[in-house]
Design a protein around this ligand. Structure first.
Ligand code: 13P
Length: 238
């Protein structure tokens, strides 16, 4: 299976730079998954027409259309041309205190609207140091019980996000093998991406392991040259 390269642009870029990046990736024949900020979804969608790039949102409301000021519903995202959505990213799970119960509702709404969630899991440094990394990830994965239509799982150790510190290929491979086993117990077979300070310098080694099906890239996905280099690494392995 070809390795997946997903770009989480987080709360970065301006409309014009997001559209230019999308155009450049399209002209280059890339097949990445792109997650721009909400205000950039529509213009990026238009830029991607005729390409093999896939559009996703970074979050979704747990509720259907209605009186939810500031929220964006799954139907609105689908209507804007999104086919994917991030659910459970640590910057929401920890940064905004999103609970397992809330994430289950988001997954349900996304799936009902025909969006495919990219579901993120990962332990904090404290949890890893306490020897609880696998237990925490197992707990995060349990939210997927009974679901159908998930695009992929992303393992993003919180201590590696935006810190410049990457999980070693060994640490990533070990957790990915564990996640695969846990998913199997839930009756799920899904691609498992690694995220956390992925850069052109470490992408090839990380993705070389058969249990790492791709990468979810933050900071290094904001520049065409580095995103292209990471995607080149992915294509090298195929
Ligand atoms: P960085 O690549 O900036 O560490 O971010 C990773 C991430 O959170 C992707 O979702």
């Amino acid at each position: 299976m070809p390795k997946i390269v997903a770009a989480n642009w987080k709360m970065n870029l301006r409309r014009q730079s997001a559209v230019e990046l999308a155009w450049a990736l399209k002209s280059d024949g890339r097949k990445c998954w792109l997650f721009p900020a909400f205000p950039h979804l529509a213009p990026v969608h238009d830029a991607l027409i005729g390409s093999e790039l896939t559009l996703g949102a970074q979050d979704v409301s747990p509720d259907a259309d209605g009186a939810c000021t500031g929220d964006v519903s799954a139907e609105m995202l689908a209507d804007t041309g999104c086919t994917l959505v991030l659910v459970g990213h640590s910057e929401r799970r920890h940064g905004h205190g999103e609970t397992a119960e809330l994430l289950a509702r988001k997954l349900k709404r996304a799936l009902e609207a025909g969006l495919k969630p990219l579901y993120c899991v990962g332990e904090t440094l404290e949890q890893r140091k306490a020897g609880k990394a696998q237990a925490v990830v197992k707990d995060h994965l349990s939210t997927l019980a009974g679901t159908e239509g998930i695009a992929a799982v992303a393992y993003e150790p919180v201590w590696a996000i935006g810190t410049g510190e990457t999980a070693t290929p060994g640490q990533a491979a070990e957790m990915h093998a564990f996640i695969r086993e846990e998913l199997k117990k839930l009756g799920l077979r899904l691609p498992i991406l690694y995220g956390g300070s992925v850069k052109p310098e470490n992408a090839l080694e990380l993705m070389s392991h058969p249990d790492v099906d791709g990468v979810l890239v933050g900071g290094a996905s904001l520049e065409l040259t580095s995103l292209r280099a990471i995607d080149d690494a992915a294509r090298e392995i195929e």
